[in-house]
Design a protein around this ligand. Structure first.
Ligand code: PLP
Length: 400
């Protein structure tokens, strides 16, 4: 059997990596949209979904967007990030936040991960600001290029919070905007505060494989009322006069539809239940793998609470008996979807070579990591099948 696109719906008998769970009021709310003829960008569910996310995250304002990537783009614009500014961003991430940095013409500075929880390393950020930058006249600049450093964009990967306090401290010290990419971590907490409530701005995604889904969708949250107003303005074509169609500047059509927002309202009602399921799945894997030589399951940092979005293990080939990619193929042969972590973006062919910086931890994690099936609806029986297949793959070379 060939490797299928990860995240694709599973074929019969196959175990998917991470698929949506639609078991609440989704049908009822979508039917309401169809019954009332409010299927597009006007309708009560958009406002209701914005309110519900703002309340859940504990931030006054939320603006719905068509994708999480669009939310990141708008967050950078309202933060005033300009062409040629530098933005410090996690290298070990899905590429979306880096693409958003490029949309505004800014330059990403790739920051390595820390070894233990695989998140953006605050010490690496501190090292960059102290050794590569100058602070003068209230502006932090790259000492070689002279570029202004404008923002820090940490990504809470895999459902786990970044260690935010040292980053918030750096942001205060150097007048930088802190933008949380919380797209993979709705419901996670940093020191008892919801992720998304600590930065000046934060973004969520409701793509099909995220904690909750609207099919596709995103949200920007902020405590800054004028930024929220500006985000709404930019996401709705920057319209100054709705009757005469007067537009004050270049805007975007980044609106979420009422149908999508209706799905989101229903999904959010079940978020806590989904997080419980994710945590249970993670505990079962952790128990099964803890004493297996060469397998290191994800763990939770003392500074936070993970929502275990994408359960991931590190595979040490010498100790385990095969490497992460061989394990990926073994699992695919048994109809089990798995996937490596993303190519670190400092290695991406889309990143110009002059932006390459050494990020050895992210490189090592990329070589060793594999994410395993963790859909909210994963059955105990299917999870037992995954565990069994992983353990057999590790033993195989010894038996040969
Ligand atoms: C999913 C994701 C996004 C946003 O994705 P969209 O598909 O545009 O909603 C952004 N950043 C990260 C790290 C993601 O995983």
């Amino acid at each position: 059997m060939g490797a299928r696109e990860p995240g694709a719906l599973a074929a019969p008998g196959e175990i998917a990596l991470c698929v949506p769970h639609l078991a609440g009021n989704e049908w009822a709310y979508v039917k309401d949209c169809l019954d009332t003829n409010y299927v597009s960008s006007v309708g009560s569910y958009v406002t209701r979904f914005e309110r519900a996310i703002a309340d859940r995250v504990g931030v006054p304002h939320a603006v719905a967007t068509v994708t999480g990537t669009a939310a990141l783009h708008i967050a950078l614009l309202v933060a005033g990030v300009e062409p040629e500014d530098e933005v410090l961003v996690s290298t070990l991430t899905f590429i979306a936040p880096v693409n958003a940095i490029r949309y505004v013409g800014a330059i990403p500075v790739f920051i390595d991960a820390e070894r233990t929880f695989w998140q953006m390393d605050p010490d690496a950020v501190r090292e960059y600001t102290t050794t590569q930058c100058t602070w003068s006249g209230g502006v932090l600049r790259n000492r070689v290029s002279g570029r202004r450093v404008r923002a820090i964009l940490p990504v809470h990967i895999l459902g786990h919070p970044v260690d935010l306090e040292p980053l918030a401290q750096l942001a205060r010290e150097y007048a930088l905007t802190l933008i949380e990419d919380a797209t993979e971590s709705l419901g996670a907490a940093y020191r008892d505060r919801p992720v998304g409530s600590i930065g000046h701005l934060a973004c969520f995604s409701f793509n099909g494989n995220k904690l909750i889904t609207t099919g596709g969708g995103g949200m920007l949250v902020t405590a800054n009322a004028s930024w929220a107003r500006r985000a709404k303005y930019l996401t709705t074509q920057a319209k100054d006069d709705a009757i005469e169609f007067v537009h004050g500047e270049v805007g975007y059509n980044y609106r979420l539809t009422n149908v999508a927002a209706a799905l989101g309202c229903a999904q959010l009602e079940n978020l806590d239940q989904y997080i419980d399921a994710k945590r249970r799945i993670a505990q079962t894997y952790t128990t099964a793998f803890t004493n297996v030589s060469g397998l290191t399951p994800m763990t939770e940092a003392p500074w936070g609470t993970s929502v275990w979005w994408m359960f991931t293990v590190l595979v040490d080939p010498d100790a385990f008996g095969c490497d992460s990619r061989a394990l990926l193929h073994e699992l695919a042969n048994e109809g089990i979807q798995a996937r490596p972590l993303w190519q670190p973006i400092h290695q991406s062919p889309s990143s110009p070579s002059e932006e390459r910086r050494a990020c050895p931890v992210a490189d090592a994690l990329n070589a060793m990591a594999l994410s395993l099936p963790c859909s909210v609806g994963l059955t105990e029986r299917d999870q037992a099948r995954v565990i069994d297949a992983v353990l057999r793959a590790g033993r195989r070379p010894l038996e040969a």
